[in-house]
Ligand binder design. Structure first.
Ligand code: ARG
Length: 268
């Protein structure tokens, strides 16, 4: 009798153990995990991410929140700045970089990306009376302001050469625009949507945007993840769902007033 009791106790204990093991394996699977993911950004890049009364808002914010909801993930967005964003992903102190980040080969060596979610290209912001009409004109002894460590900087270096002292680098894009406003630069090179929006919102500045598709390539934004992140599959799945069920289009329309052309986005 005593033996029976011991055996049944052991069996029950084993059963409970198996049950709880099932439970934990489920929560570490990703989507039902209770952990709040840290999303880092540089909120000085309207309309993608910027501060409105101290709150980070923008297309990326609405997109990120919808993706997290779809994937069943809890997130907290923190405005850490552009260079620190990369450091946090290096150290894995953050889970996701959300910042109109262009997917490129150099970054792919150190980080993983979700599928592309936005088409972009660099363009040139200049005063209305500027004689700069193309990328090539930037080489005519012009001073160009860019945000440090962006594809804008890279594109201008491609035209003027690396370490050219005519390229002024700033911690964020608003400071680069400020520099041109105060006469310290002849042009700013940055993502088209950002400088186009700036021109619309600041007509008194008398700036215009110059497009040059021969000088500047097409780029695609992705959410950036630490190398080897387990989140990629869940995030990609959620993004694809939002693109299929019209949610992405809704958010896009809210910010850009037109429908997105999803055929322009590669699947990977
Ligand atoms: N798309 C450009 C890049 O990835 C600029 C992004 C800057 N984003 C920002 N939030 N400041 O280099």
């Amino acid at each position: 009798m005593k033996k029976m009791k011991i055996i049944s106790t052991v069996l029950i204990a084993a059963f409970v153990f198996i049950l709880s093991a099932c439970g934990t394996s489920k929560t570490t699977g990703g989507s039902s995990d209770d952990k709040t993911l840290k999303v880092v950004t540089d909120a000085a890049y309207a309309p993608f991410e910027y501060l409105d009364k101290g709150k980070v808002v923008g297309f990326d914010v609405d997109f990120m929140n919808a993706v997290a909801k779809e994937a069943g993930l809890k997130i907290k967005i923190e405005n850490v700045g552009w260079d620190p964003l990369f450091v946090e992903l290096d150290k894995k102190t953050a889970d996701i970089g959300m910042s109109a980040i262009t997917i490129n080969d150099e970054r792919k060596q150190s980080y993983d990306f979700t599928r592309p979610y936005f088409l972009s290209t660099n363009k040139i912001l200049v005063p209305k009376d500027s004689d700069i009409k193309s990328g090539a004109d930037l080489k005519n002894n012009k001073t160009i302001a860019v945000q440090n460590a962006t594809t804008g900087q890279e594109a201008v270096e491609g035209l003027l050469g690396k370490n050219n002292e005519k390229i002024k680098k700033f911690e964020n894009n608003n400071l680069a625009i400020q520099e041109m406003k105060s006469g310290g630069a002849d042009a700013v090179v940055a993502d088209n949507t950002v400088i186009e929006q700036y021109v619309l919102n600041n007509p008194k500045d008398n700036f215009v945007v110059i497009e040059d598709s021969t000088a500047f390539a097409q780029e695609f934004y992705g959410l950036m993840l630490p190398k080897g992140s387990k989140l990629k599959a869940d995030l990609d799945k959620a993004i694809n769902t939002l693109m299929e069920n019209g949610e992405y289009a809704k958010i896009y329309k809210k910010w850009f007033k037109v429908d997105p052309d999803l055929s322009k986005l590669p699947k990977e």
